[in-house]
Design a protein around this ligand. Structure first.
Ligand code: AQP
Length: 332
């Protein structure tokens, strides 16, 4: 059975983008893969996180992942900081990755923005930690949203260079699983920007804990253009906001753009938005309710994460230990 690894940052409330681009696919993959899912708190602190809020967001995210359908008895669910091997392997990868490779990462450029000199060093080497997260488990398949494609290519470059430099066939090739019609969900305020949990505007995203009224209001206010919906996908060219809403609808209804436009093409946005909001409420309402139920027992969430961390450590410890031996570190 192939091993899956994927992670999500506790940097806010998970969004519809996180759900459609990643978590929903994680759930489906549990059926026939050995799955390891991680709340990546070490990644989250690459930008400032209020400590009390980080603790709360870590628990909330774990609850939300379980509410989406991850079964912690079957899959491993844990928080990254509980398994120090991630940071240890990341340091080794800091010494393998080249500055030129990191300089090409568009996520760093987006997140650092114009104030690049003031970005944390952690934000810059984020992709090396992500490579370590995956390769510490010899995972071969990584379900992510489209925004992570470049980081996974870099992880493969690191694995290859490590194998080449040390003359070993130790780290495997990673395959990115970028699935579905909503692999990149865009902001509701700007169809050229991805939906993000840390976007300063709450109106730009659907949070997995939004109420039915909030979802309906955000969709009603979502930016669109004055034209009716086209009757076929070619008509979405140059209409980023329309494409985004059609893509979200298609993903939630388990279909594709063509099918959605066959049903809704020619209509104005107001009726389409009403149907989209109803579909969102139907899909996300039960997740929000289950998350609230789980959060009423925070000790249980902590226990799930700690048990997950022990299982995760038992897999990655021998792999990281072997890596250290390959590098030439004295045994401890
Ligand atoms: N808009 C999106 N569309 C599709 N997939 C998305 N993902 C994130 N946003 C979208 C996928 O969700 C997984 C977890 O992401 P993350 O939390 O580790 O980091 P991120 O990609 O930086 O997500 P955010 O929401 O934008 O977080 P912040 O605001 O903290 O940076 C990944 O698989 C990602 O592809």
């Amino acid at each position: 059975m192939q091993r899956i690894f994927s992670g999500i940052q506790p940097s806010g409330i998970p969004t519809l983008g996180n759900y459609l681009g990643a978590i929903r696919n994680w759930v489906a993959l549990q059926a026939d893969h050995d799955c390891i899912y991680c709340v990546v708190d070490l990644h989250a602190i690459t930008v400032w996180q209020e400590p009390k809020l980080l603790v709360q967001q870590t628990r909330e995210l774990a609850a939300s992942i379980i509410a989406c359908g991850i079964d912690p008895a079957r899959s491993i669910l844990f928080h990254q900081s509980a398994v120090p091997e991630h940071a240890e392997l990341a340091w080794i990868f800091n010494c393998v990755a080249r500055l030129g490779w990191l300089n090409r990462m568009t996520q760093f450029k987006d997140k650092a923005g114009k104030d690049r000199e003031n970005a944390s060093a952690g934000l810059y080497v984020y992709p090396n930690l992500m490579a370590a997260d995956i390769l510490a488990y010899h995972a071969t398949r990584v379900p992510v949203g489209d925004d992570q494609r470049q980081h996974l290519e870099l992880a493969n470059d690191i694995a290859q260079k490590f194998n080449h430099d040390y003359g070993v066939e130790f780290f495997p090739v990673i395959e990115a699983l970028i699935l579905g019609p909503a692999a990149r969900v865009m902001s509701l305020r700007d169809g050229t920007k991805k939906m993000s949990k840390s976007d300063p505007s709450d109106q730009s995203r659907i949070n997995l804990n939004d109420s039915a009224d909030t979802i309906a209001q955000k969709i009603r206010r979502a930016r669109t253009d004055p034209e009716p919906l086209p009757t076929e996908p070619a008509g979405l060219a140059g209409r980023a906001e329309a494409r985004n809403l059609v893509g979200i609808y298609a993903a939630l209804a388990d279909t594709d753009e063509e099918d959605v436009l066959r049903l809704h093409g020619g209509k104005g946005f107001s009726s389409f938005k009403e149907e989209l909001a109803a579909l969102l409420v139907e899909s996300l309402g039960p997740i929000a309710q289950k998350t609230r139920d789980l959060l009423s027992e925070p000790d249980h969430i902590d226990q799930v994460l700690h048990e997950g961390a022990a299982r995760a450590a038992s897999i990655c410890r021998p792999i990281v230990s072997k890596t250290k031996q390959i590098v030439g570190f004295l045994p401890t």
